[in-house]
Design a protein around this ligand. Structure first.
Ligand SMILES: [Fe+2]
Length: 243
């Protein structure tokens, strides 16, 4: 396989879930039936998209308030989620767009196709975004989402989770994943989590409770570091962006 102009490492397909996982029923119809065909990426895909902080609203990183009426806040356990976006060589990825979406504290999404009987919270929208700083750090505030049932097997439930989409330096680094919470027994019952080949890989998706970053009488903190596909390049001190 030829090297991409961007110099990205090839993905380790044994680490990521396979496309076809019959215990996750909807994967059967949407997984490819033939071997994928490699297509060269274009220059714009190797170098973009680029996001700048001027796209962010003042409350984009505060899901407790960004959908709430004046003086109100979302219902649920208040938490801070923070961490670093890194590449496979351990370098922080600056200016990465981190988008998150989640169910409310009762496990209900604000979506027209949502059918779970748990109530909507009028002060919770369920999505937010943040851009990493020069060292790859990010942080947002939200409420801890609830678990919810889903029509897969006769009694399948998703563990509490937050969905993440991360844009790094280019489309080739994009990652979409889910974050789980330390100590949740539902993680090990979930057919979607069960598509991940190893326990070690699953544990990279479990955020650790961090009492040192907890704000007393306000919000507990969870630490979640995210590793994107890396770039084969020596880092120069005067070129921290890495490209
Ligand atoms: Fe979900």
């Amino acid at each position: 396989m030829t090297e991409k102009p961007s110099g990205l490492f090839h993905r380790d397909r044994g680490w990521h879930p396979p496309a076809l996982t019959p215990l996750y029923k909807t994967s059967v119809k949407r997984s490819p039936a033939a071997a994928p065909i490699a297509m060269p990426s274009t220059l714009s895909e190797d170098t973009g998209p680029v996001f700048t902080r001027d796209i962010l609203g003042p409350q984009d990183a505060d899901l407790i308030h960004n959908f709430a009426s004046d003086g109100q806040s979302a219902i649920g356990p208040r938490i801070i989620v923070y961490g670093r976006v890194l590449d496979e060589t351990g370098r922080g990825v600056p200016n990465a767009l981190v988008e998150v979406w989640q169910a409310n504290a009762g496990g209900r999404y604000r979506h027209k196709k949502e059918s779970y009987l748990a109530p909507l919270d009028p002060n919770f929208g369920g999505c937010g975004r943040v851009i990493t700083d020069e060292q790859g750090n990010y942080e947002f505030r939200t409420i801890q989402p609830g678990p919810y049932p889903w029509p897969n097997g006769p009694n399948d439930w998703r563990p509490a989770h937050i969905h993440f989409s991360i844009f790094g330096r280019s489309f080739g680094q994009r990652l979409i994943t889910q974050m789980y919470f330390e100590g949740d027994p539902m993680i090990w019952q979930c057919p979607i989590v069960g598509t991940i080949p190893s326990r070690e890989a699953i544990e990279t998706l479990v955020a650790a409770l961090d009492m040192r970053r907890t704000v007393p009488m306000d919000a507990r903190a969870y630490k979640f570091d995210i590793v994107l596909r890396g770039v084969r390049q020596t880092m120069f001190e005067n070129r921290l962006e890495g490209l």
